[in-house]
Unconditional design. Structure first.
Length: 765
């Protein structure tokens, strides 16, 4: 038995550390948190300094038993969870769950999982930072109070199993407010006039565009076609002459290395990754990838939950060596590039970078999955570019006069590509073109005459503010201080899972349920739904971590007014019931729209005395039209020829014949494929299937191949036995990964180590 025990969060970390430390240490995984607040009750004693009542997690029972046995035989227990608030809280919970004495435990952390970083951490152990723990504890208790006090109200007033969250509800509000701006927007017509010009002969024809900007030296706005036509008449036969040509040199500084939010944004723009997917892959790269003979199991990137742009001097020196060798000394700055972090940044650890700049993406591509390669390459390129010289561009701006009108043309030429040789950042608005990105102009000089090749008027309409994409929502959350880097992925995932918003054409739109819930919360809990309040609370949590504020005092200041608001809402919050124009056939009252388990329906407001429900109602709009006209598809019933209609069942929406019960035809969609080859027959694909017990996965060649899985495969094989790895869940949410082979005990922790940044759901107290 080793004298020292190291406890990490996941098996992936365990495997990586074993490769570095050998048999001198016993290394075990806690699988994330080992205890938490109970799900069946509030678990916070508000009358006793908000004392939390932590209980062991049911699915960690065997893990705790194993850790307890390992800790008994160890002289020293090193707690090596992630280097953030959540990781500090995990270490604290493990120490308490195992009842370890302060003399026995040591807290170590490393920003990158490399041999040198781990050995350095072991040389400098410390005690658990209780201020960090209290900051995380305050967040957990805050989210529990908000979730468990407000959510039951929503169950009674709107629909069962809804949730409200201190952060998630504000994110939904942002999306709802933006949607209302879009719906209320009235487009305004305007026109532009573009001249297509070229230097006169004998010079070579080099066409370029110039936009009309001024009339008589004043800004010109064209509101309709008549005004545009007037400009065209006035310019008929005009002479086009260069009035002014200005050449300037501009620098484009490289982008800072990634922090959590910018990684999520850029992964969405360039790779099409959701925030959750990006963080899942980043977690894998951080915890360790087996490079075989090229280096064994090693972490490829530094810790990926960070808001600091700081880079270690050693990493900057290595980057400079690489840049000088690969691109030349002219691409390396004399002094290292330093980037300023946001004022609220905790600066606890570095920016996200490769652990070795010399480990080029293509050199290890064979050891990475497609997603791992794409994200590692993105991180590697961004880091290398961040340590290079700025690009230098020559930008030419020319004012061209024609009668009393002025046109402006802009073009640029790259004089020195600098960091642009390696990397260009993606854009949220691909229509926007900066001056530095416009094509070069031909040589122009003051007084030079130009030929008019064409004069192009064009009609435009002002556009509403754009709906949020994943990238722009993360950007908005960061800019307004809503949540912290580690919460963005879970926020976006939760509001979609709760069906408050949907992602259509990569843009978020609120559902009617999202609008209803948001409006109720804004009306009855204006402070909780206030952006400034939410951002201010994040700052207060930071002061707890810095040891400047007591977390219990913060809770008292919050809970007093909050409890009064909850009491008022219990009395004043109205039940959602939108009246239709269809009378109840039993009692004559007008049916009302409500939300149920299967979506919206029409029912009698006299419930429970009158339990009539209008079964055919789709409730997509108001009144009888909505109730009497189910959504019709373009698919004909193969039995009777009637057009199939959309219905809702216990498994969601489906298409069926409207002639039921005479015609019972149900249209079955092709099963959802996972893209994973069946490991048994090697021919079919694993697809999603459904039974009375819920979804499961199996080969699409059934009955020729009867291979099945109880949960969704993740596309990786078990490192222990080679079977498929599948998702591991608890109460409807994915908590980690396990081997599909019942005889193999291999498991991994949650895809995202930050287990409870915000209360994921509120259960009945």
């Amino acid at each position: 038995m080793a004298k020292s025990l190291i406890i990490v969060e996941s098996p992936a970390k365990t495997k990586t550390l074993k490769g570095f430390l050998g048999r001198d240490f016993q290394i075990e995984a806690s699988m994330g948190h080992v205890r938490d607040l109970p799900s069946s009750k509030l678990g916070v004693d508000v009358d006793n300094n908000f004392e939390p009542s932590y209980v062991p997690l049911p699915d960690r029972k065997d893990v705790l038993k194993k850790l307890t046995e390992a800790a008994k035989g160890a002289e020293t227990v090193y707690l090596a969870s992630d280097p953030d608030r959540e990781g500090e809280a995990i270490a604290w919970h493990v120490a308490h769950a195992l009842k370890l004495s302060d003399k026995k435990i040591r807290r170590i952390q490393f920003n990158e999982i490399t041999k040198s970083a781990v050995q350095e951490a072991l040389r400098h152990p410390r005690t658990i930072n209780i201020d960090r723990v209290n900051a995380q504890q305050a967040r957990r208790v805050l989210d529990r109070l908000v979730g468990y006090k407000i959510s039951p109200l929503l169950w009674r007033k709107v629909k069962k199993n809804l949730s409200a969250g201190r952060v998630q509800s504000v994110a939904v509000r942002l999306i709802c407010d933006r949607e209302r701006e879009v719906l209320a927007f009235v487009p305004v017509e305007y026109w532009s006039v573009t001249a297509k010009l070229s230097p006169q002969a004998p010079a070579k024809k080099q066409p370029f565009d110039a936009a009309l900007t001024l009339r008589d030296g004043k800004k010109l706005e064209l509101h309709n076609q008549e005004e545009a036509d007037e400009v065209l008449r006035n310019l008929k036969g005009a002479t086009y002459r260069v009035a002014k040509a200005k050449k300037s040199e501009r620098q484009r500084r490289p982008y800072a290395p990634f922090i959590t939010s910018t990684l999520q944004q850029e992964a969405a723009r360039k790779l099409g990754f959701s925030a959750k997917r990006a963080m899942s892959v980043a977690q894998q790269l951080y915890e360790g990838i087996d490079l075989g003979s090229d280096g064994g199991q090693v972490g490829l990137i530094t810790y990926m939950r960070t808001d600091s742009t700081r880079i270690a001097g050693e990493a900057q020196a290595d980057a400079k060596k690489y840049i000088v060798t690969q691109y030349g000394p002219e691409y390396a700055p004399e002094r290292f590039n330093v980037y300023k972090s946001k004022g609220s940044a905790q600066d606890a650890h570095e920016a996200i970078r490769p652990t070795s700049v010399f480990r080029e993406p293509d050199s290890i591509r064979g050891h990475l999955s497609a997603d791992q390669y794409k994200l590692y390459r993105l991180v590697w390129l961004r880091f290398v570019a961040s340590q290079m010289k700025p690009a230098i561009l020559d930008v030419v701006t020319a004012d061209i006069e024609a009668n009393n009108y002025t046109f402006r043309a802009t073009g640029s030429t790259i004089k020195f590509d600098g960091f642009l040789r390696v990397y260009t950042e993606g854009k949220d608005d691909t229509k926007q073109v900066d001056d530095e990105e416009k094509p070069p102009l031909p040589p122009l000089s003051e007084g030079q005459l130009l030929d008019l090749l064409d004069l192009l008027p064009k009609q435009h309409f002002t556009e509403p503010p754009p709906r949020f994409t994943e990238a722009t929502l993360v950007k908005a959350l960061e800019e307004q201080g809503i949540g912290r880097p580690s919460t963005y992925a879970s926020i976006i995932s939760t509001i979609q899972d709760r069906e408050y918003v949907v992602l259509e054409e990569k843009k978020f739109k609120p559902t009617e349920l999202g609008f209803v819930v948001t409006d109720l919360l804004v009306k009855h809990f204006p402070t909780i739904l206030d952006v400034q309040f939410t951002a201010g609370m994040e700052d207060k949590l930071d002061t707890i971590e810095e040891g400047q504020q007591d977390w219990v005092v913060l809770m008292r200041d919050f809970y007093g007014p909050f409890a009064q608001t909850v009491s008022a809402a219990e009395e004043g919050m109205e039940k959602f019931a939108k009246e239709s124009d269809i009378p109840c056939p039993n009692c004559g009252r007008m049916l009302v729209e409500r939300f149920g388990r299967l979506g919206k329906f029409l029912g009698c407001p006299g419930y429970p005395e009158c339990k009539y429900i209008h079964r055919e109602a789709q409730a997509e709009g108001d009144g009888a039209a909505a109730a009497a006209a189910p959504v019709e598809s373009e698919i004909a019933c193969p039995n009777c020829g009637r057009m199939l209609v959309e219905k809702t069942g216990r498994f969601g929406k489906f298409l069926a014949c409207p002639g039921y019960p005479e015609c019972k035809y149900i249209h079955k969609d092709p099963p959802k494929t996972t893209g994973i080859t069946c490991p048994e027959c090697k021919q079919g694909e694993i697809v999603e299937k459904r039974s009375k017990k819920g979804p499961f996965y199996g080969c699409n060649r059934y009955p020729n191949c009867k291979f099945t899985l109880p949960a969704k495969p993740i596309g990786r094989d078990c490192p222990t036995c080679g079977s498929l790895l599948i998702e591991r869940g608890f109460k409807g949410r994915v908590t980690g990964v396990r081997c599909s082979n019942k005889e193999c005990n291999y498991t991994e922790g949650a895809v995202e180590a930050a287990g409870h940044e915000e209360e994921p759901e509120a259960l009945a107290a």
